[in-house]
Write a protein that binds this ligand. Sequence first.
Ligand code: FDA
Length: 310
Amino acid sequence: MIDQIYRKAVLTVSGQKFVENIVRKQGWGLAQRFVAGEEVDGAIAAVKELQAEGIQGNMDLLGEFVASPEKANEFAQKVLHLLDAAHAAGVMPYASVKLSAVGQGQTVDGQDLGLTNGRRIVGKAKEYGGFICLDMEDHPRVDQTLSQFRTLAEEFGTQHVGTVLQSYLYRTEADRDSLDDLSPNLRIVKGAYLEPESVAMPDKADVDASYRKLVYAHMKAGNYVNIGTHDESIIEDVKHFALAHGIEKDAYEFQMLYGVRRDLQRELAAAGYRVRAYIPYGRDWYPYFSRRIAERPANVMFILKGMLKG
Ligand code: FDA
């Protein structure tokens, strides 16, 4: 409960414009702990560095909801550029995309622009043998993201597109069941947004229990699972579950955020587990940075210390 209160408080405060202005000014030096660079080259360099340690990358151009089709198309173009650049650099184009950043919810020529741009992006990833994960955003977007994921998976194949389910939402167990016919590649996370209690579990113990249940169900159904967490007790339990059920190490992977628990990432990779780091880059780092701060009280101290030094 304390965790939830802390998270809500940080997300509420960081949503205030004056706080954003202060943090942005102190900015980049602090954000670099969680963000690989402002340009695509930084992300590709980070992937290569991690690959040398047996850890794969998942690149994410930072950006969230945009209100105009022009901005959405511009953003989609930058994601296409990322895929081209990664391919040219000999790195598998594995990236995450928020559909709200490429026009979800805006209708252009009778089609949702998020889906149109999603097709361009997943199509390009497929051309290069890459993969796009559609990140999950706040709860009003879940229906549309899942339905657009289904469309893209049917058109391009689940080896080229996946999505994310959040264990804090009451609806998620039913959502996972409803996707089983696709045998989808899903990332399971706890959920990072400030959500009302009418849709999301307020108690961390329930979110954690729901997390395990979702991962186990997805594994038992024979699907590829991306275990997106830094929670060591969950990671241990998943390892034991897989062992007990004869699920091979190539049927799942652990995913963690760039700059978070690098020790654990290395340890798992050294033990032969698949590990992938989520590598954000770009200039629009503030919302992402705020969510990372909200996840852990010690991260606030890191910010305050940095500001006092600055
Ligand atoms: P929890 O918060 O219980 O933390 C477990 C342990 O890890 C604790 O010891 C904690 O201190 C440490 N830890 C967690 N976060 C930390 C941080 N930022 N810095 C330092 N230590 C930290 N969410 C979403 O809504 N949509 C999405 O698409 C995604 N995508 C995504 C991809 C990947 C690869 C990951 C790892 C996470 C996401 N998330 C996400 C975020 C997710 O919902 C959640 O907010 C964070 O992963 C934090 O929760 P944990 O599962 O790590 O557990």
